[in-house]
Design a binder for this molecule. Sequence first.
Ligand SMILES: *Cc1c(COP(=O)(O)O)cnc(C)c1O
Length: 360
Amino acid sequence: MKRIYNFSAGPSILPLPVLEKAQKELVNYADSGMSVMELSHRSELFTEIIMEAEQLLRELMDIPGDYKVLFVQGGASQQFAMVPMNLLGKSGKADYVNTGSWSKKAIKEAKKYGDIRVVASSEDANFTNIPVVDSGMTDPEADYVHITTNNTIEGTAFTEVPDTGTIPLVADMSSNILSEEIDVSKYGLIYAGAQKNIGPAGLTVVVIREDLIGKASENCPAMLDYKTHSDSGSLYNTPPTFGIYMAKLVFEWIKELGGLKEMERINREKAQLLYDFIDESELFTSPVDKDSRSIMNIPFVSPSAELDADFIKKAKAEGLETLKGHRSVGGMRASLYNAMPIEGVRSLVTFMKEFENNHE
Ligand SMILES: *Cc1c(COP(=O)(O)O)cnc(C)c1O
């Protein structure tokens, strides 16, 4: 069986043991004579799956009891709207930190619903760093502060959680959820599209503090109201059942591996391997400030677009795929999500060395 190393930013690599387990159970889940895809979302078997998925996520992230876990659809992009629609209840004001393309989209969407301020931005520096955010910058009346913890396209990440005092901190963690230990209690709401570190596309995970639920306006569509999903245990309508099942398998895989502490150790080791090589390379460079580097998405460039293209083509021939940078920034990008084995990073570094040596 041929498997390549897939460095895609998303949808992205999944753990092979998870895919194999899903394959084994595909046509006959738990002796039901059916696939998970064919199970009623109200059946006993699916109820077990969704409850276990939630339980495992709570365990892995150490989610406090006063937080709800919601399994919804619409991607992180739908959260760009749901967050303001649900949380702008008091002052109608919110503060956003602009750290890249996804932040910009979140800001643009939020502006439709309230008085949105950008309190810090690295746009002037082409988003190559994470700006300083301190509690003095945020409006004491703001209903929430929004950050993008890991900037998938630009390859930057917050290394510290900004202190927003009593103002709820909302975080788009689409590309680094479950990659390291975090303190959930520092956030009011965390959301993530599943297709980077959780499972297949189509599922979105929301972790929300209970007191932030039930604040949407009367005319908020039911499907966009957190309360609807919270009250129904994410079963108001048909949820993405297969996606939730796959997420459960991924959560089990992380737990078996040793949880987020071990996951973080492995992720740091993988990222270090690649950054160390980039730092010593005379051909490849990282566009990102050292203190703002992501351990999930690592962009790098050669001196020319032609050489970049040649590198991407030759890497693909070696089974190192989807290394092309986002169309908005060019160059290369290696996404080293949880499921990327360290051997994949070693192969990439070996290939980069070879490419550099063959290039005079
Ligand atoms: C991928 C991504 C998104 C968009 O996710 P969708 O699920 O496609 O809507 C938003 N934010 C971040 C940080 C991402 O990485």
